[in-house]
Design a protein around this ligand. Structure first.
Ligand code: NAP
Ligand code: ZN
Ligand code: ZN
Length: 353
């Protein structure tokens, strides 16, 4: 076992601060990664503050991890010491059920998905998994991703959650040329949704509560921007969307978006707010056989496909690089929708000074 430096939440309300975690000695199929960068997802904040309940403290968040391999087990085939590697939202699952066999480990039928942090640590040393706000992580090769050395590495990190979480529904609901896709909220997930939807060739419309983000949204790939607090602007898009991705991190009125769907189209929820959305109006759904769905991150195979696509198309996240000591300020800004468009922690700050 080795000791890794980390930052942890110690209770729901105090600021995050320095901590140490034990990492297991790499087994034959494990990869040990020295973490270079870790993105800051709103899920980190929900978990640190126990907004979904069930947080085990101390909690080390972080599931947008990129780094360099520093040790490999004897049977590891795909990674060598010195190569780049990445870890996303999961580090294990049952690997044999129907969903796992289909490459959808996040929907493991046995409920054995092990998330990168705050999950029971079956492979040890536990008691729970500790995430990427840390100098090092040890992961099974099967849950380790390959990243291109052609892209700026810090800006690749957010692809590991924000990228694949928006990639997966865009693929599942066939976003592409001839489709009209809405994205609600221009934060970490939202800005990746805009970039990917645009890259898939869909007509992409961004809904935001922040007029100051409109220009950026167009630069990121939105064909149109709608200020969602403007009823006339919303009405202009009635019954016209094939798919809407809702990334908002707070409870809000879903009817405002279901009525923008055409017949048989889908509003899919990505945002996972602490408090439930007000119940949607049945009339708006039955009227045009519209659906409200939900979607959770993406499988390991999908994540690798997304990383390969982004490398081929030069797609990365727009980031603000921060030292770990600024994580509490970053959380405060995230709560004010003041993210442009993903904070990424430079992990060298963890051990500097
Ligand atoms: P984020 O960077 O904080 O972005 C959220 C955006 O939602 C804001 O920038 C803002 O955009 C909009 N928003 C509108 N009203 C808001 C309010 N009252 N409070 C906060 N945001 C508001 O968050 P994120 O990292 O993209 O994550 C978004 C949500 O998705 C979180 O709930 C997170 O836990 C969840 N998530 C889900 C999955 C999944 O697998 N389903 C994966 C990752 C994250 P505008 O300023 O443009 O209005
Ligand atoms: Zn995330
Ligand atoms: Zn499974």
């Amino acid at each position: 076992m080795s000791k890794a430096s980390a930052y942890a939440a110690f209770d729901p309300t105090s600021p995050l601060g320095p901590f140490h975690v034990e990492r297991r000695e790499p087994g034959p199929l494990d990869v040990q990664i020295d973490i270079l960068y870790c993105g800051v997802c709103h899920s980190d904040l929900h978990t640190a503050k126990n907004e979904w309940s069930g947080t085990v403290y101390p909690c080390v968040p972080g599931h947008e991890i990129v780094g360099r391999v520093s040790k490999v087990g004897a049977d590891v085939k795909g990674f060598a010491v010195g190569s780049l590697a990445a870890v996303g939202c999961m580090v294990d699952a049952c690997r044999t059920c129907e969903s796992c066999s289909e490459g959808l480990e996040q929907y493991c039928d046995r409920g054995e998905t092990t998330y990168t942090y705050n999950s029971k640590d079956k492979l040890g040393p536990g008691p729970v998994t500790y995430g990427g706000y840390s100098s090092q992580i040890v992961v099974a090769e099967a849950f380790c991703l390959r990243v291109s050395d052609k892209l700026p590495l810090a800006a690749v990190a957010p692809l590991l959650c924000a990228g694949v979480t928006t990639w997966s529904p865009l693929k599942h609901w066939h976003a592409g040329p001839g489709t009209k896709v809405g994205v609600v909220g221009l934060g970490g997930l939202g800005h990746m949704a805009v970039k990917l939807s645009h890259a898939f060739g869909a007509h992409t419309v961004l809904f935001t509560t922040s007029p100051s983000k409109a220009e950026d949204a167009r630069r990121l790939g939105a064909d149109e921007v709608v200020i969602s607090t403007d009823p006339a602007a919303m009405k202009a898009h009635a019954s016209s969307f094939d798919l809407i991705l809702d990334t908002v991190a707070a409870s809000h009125d879903l009817d405002a978006y279901t009525q923008l769907l055409r017949r048989d189209a889908t509003l899919t929820l990505l945002g996972a707010p602490q408090h439930a959305h007000p119940s949607p109006g049945v009339g708006k759904l039955i009227n045009k056989r519209r659906s409200i769905a939900g979607t959770l991150i993406g499988g390991i195979g999908e994540t690798q496909d997304m990383l390969n696509f982004c490398a081929a198309h030069g797609i990365v996240s727009d980031i603000e690089l921060i030292p770990i000591q600024q994580i509490n300020v970053a959380y405060e800004r995230m709560l004010k929708s003041d993210v442009r468009y993903r904070f990424v922690i430079d992990m060298s700050s963890l051990t500097a000074g």
